[in-house]
Ligand binder design. Sequence first.
Ligand code: EPU
Length: 429
Amino acid sequence: MDSFEIEGGPALRGEVSLSGAKNAALPIMAAAILTRDKLILHNVPRLRDATTMITILNRLGVQSEWVGDDTLELQVTDERQTAADYDLVRTMRASICVLGPLLARRTRAQVSYPGGCVIGPRPIELHLKGLRALGANIEVEHGDVIAESVDGLIGNDIYLGGPRGSTVLGTANVLCAAVLAEGQTVIEDAACEPEIVELAHCLNQMGAKISKIGSKRLEIEGVEELHGTEFTIPYDRIEAGTFMVAAAITKGNVLVKNVQREHLGAVFDALRGIGVEMIPENDRKDMRVIGPASFHHVDLVTGPFPALPTDMQAQHMAMLCLADGISVVTERIYPDRFMHAAELNRLRANIRKEGASAIVQGVDYLSGAPVMASDLRASAALVLAGLVARGKTTVKRVYHIDRGYENIEQKLEQLGARIKRVKDESDMP
Ligand code: EPU
């Protein structure tokens, strides 16, 4: 398996361009199932997860073609297939977002029931509850979710809140089904994440009638058919946050380009609390990030948008390992998402888990060591720590990072980091 070798030390300097957002791209790609016309998507990141989604769609009769660097054209040519292959689905939990589109357009969907993953249990009962409320008949058999709507879906009032608040992909699934349901659907406690906002805008461009986009109450008037469109995936807010931490943790000075400020309020707030300087430039489109001489300790709590994203928790924790006191980092989305803590401790950090929180006692320095990536954002945190750890850090199993960060090592190298990929031809997930 590929690994990264990082020599810690250099302060990062220069400019970095972001890629399209993985978590916006995946459900929007799945929405191609909803029409027979062409869906042309720009700014699609070339990531392992995008490739997996393309393969799943191909097997579901959707033709795909990359045009240039980041434009992806998708078009349904055969609507007979309704089952997504287990072999692919098991490698990417986000595959579940083909469920709603398949059910709505082909009246049947079979997708394997996602298991837990390293960040904790990842249930889907809210997805199923929402689809059942639209009239789908859903069974779980032999590890698959089998959903059918022979008589068509009918709009309904659906409360989609769960024990941890709203669900991002659950909202995506129910929304994609409701746009073709008969009559009105209201989704209460819908996810307000920017990725859902973008999906809703794309669906409206395809002819859907969704209103109150961005609120916790989505209203949908069902339509008979959707048509093709051309849509641009927004820049990745988590990649933006990750590069901001990279600049800050190395006490560098980096211009992060095309930062969507309205998506990053809580991340900015956390960084400012730690002492990081942020200066908007170029009509406020880009953000200059300047690392402070020392990091203040802060307490952080993750939550649904607009709170601090769980997908930025591990990266912030890497920086708090070097803060001037004790920080408490609390997970409100995935209470067990702390696998990176034990690996950061191998780099001489001092982190203790207490329930859904991690108590991070700042240390003077981190010390390079071999560490093991456990999931996408944990891997990013280990890379960030490696950028400042004394000596060499080897981050193993970086296929996790390839799932969600496009060319991260090239982008870091261009900013002056000493990072190299050590290839392993037998790299397998
Ligand atoms: N939940 C339930 N029941 C459900 C669905 C979710 O209780 O039926 C709970 C989850 O256990 C969790 C919370 O609700 O505690 C939120 O989960 P959500 O459904 O919102 O997560 P997701 O849609 O499966 C997406 C992102 C994740 C990101 C979460 C939270 C994609 C492809 N994935 O997952 O991204 O952490 O939202 O914002 O959009 C990542 O990119 O590294 C990643 C894991």
